[in-house]
Design a protein around this ligand. Sequence first.
Ligand SMILES: NC(=O)c1ccc[n+]([C@@H]2O[C@H](COP(=O)([O-])OP(=O)(O)OC[C@H]3O[C@@H](n4cnc5c(N)ncnc54)[C@H](O)[C@@H]3O)[C@@H](O)[C@H]2O)c1
Length: 272
Amino acid sequence: MSTGKLAGRVAVVTGSGNGLGAECARVLAELGARVVVVDIDGEAAATVTDALVASGAQAMAVCTDVSSEDAVQAMIAEVKARFGRLDVLHNNAAVLGAEQRNRDRDLANLDMQAWDRAIAVNLRGAVLCTKHAIPLMLEQGKGSIIFATSGLGMQGDMSLTGYATSKAALMMLPKLVAAQYGKRGIRGNAIQIGLAPQHPLPEALLDIMRDNHCTPELGTPRQIADVVAFLASDESAFVTGTTLVADGGFSSHTPSLVAMRALFEKLGRSGL
Ligand SMILES: NC(=O)c1ccc[n+]([C@@H]2O[C@H](COP(=O)([O-])OP(=O)(O)OC[C@H]3O[C@@H](n4cnc5c(N)ncnc54)[C@H](O)[C@@H]3O)[C@@H](O)[C@H]2O)c1
């Protein structure tokens, strides 16, 4: 029996067949949680689940499209049938494949089907999972709901209009969870996630991103999963209704910082 800070808890992580979600599933399991690996890609969910089970954790894969209310309802019913409770919901799923990115462009060139899909998965999906998780959490008078958002939901960029607006809207949801269910023991928080690459990216791009961080390096999936684990656990019992920024200071400095640093270096002054 695990003595980790999530021992005995049941955690649903959506979109955990790949990427940051899979890392979150691993870290929550490492800390003692029984993890439900939810993904539209059933094979990926099964692979992550098999690895968790092989490491000694209790885990279950559920193939679910989070944008479908019937599918989400069925997924929560499966969680109840298998584990009898739900302590943590991490709304991590997002539609981010190359095809989606190529169509979710600047406003004048936006493919409205891509916009609809971004809103359906990233926003409606999180709302649906939250809607159906709350009654189960209320049964035990406790729960933590986490929303994965992004710097692109806070700051303008050249593309990904649907993604950005869905992520901006997600920042309202923890406040609603806190206001509507806080007195009954349910907390809601979002994480504004910075760049935590899981695949190699072009060095020129990484250099630009690194220059704009206030940390020596870019983030890692483990660092994001550690923040999810904090919000999932009682260590954050007094934290609710907020968005916690985990982006290495990317969004915390003046827009001119990098150019100023280069100018001062050129002029032979240090100190920045
Ligand atoms: N990776 C980063 O650097 C970064 C930065 C900022 C924010 N984020 C956020 O973190 C989360 C995870 O990002 P990632 O980079 O790991 O993405 P990813 O594309 O690697 O993983 C997303 C997962 O969601 C699943 N998914 C897609 N549509 C779904 C649906 N309809 N129902 C259920 N599952 C579905 C995919 O199959 C995939 O397994 C996202 O919410 C993303 O916006 C990531």
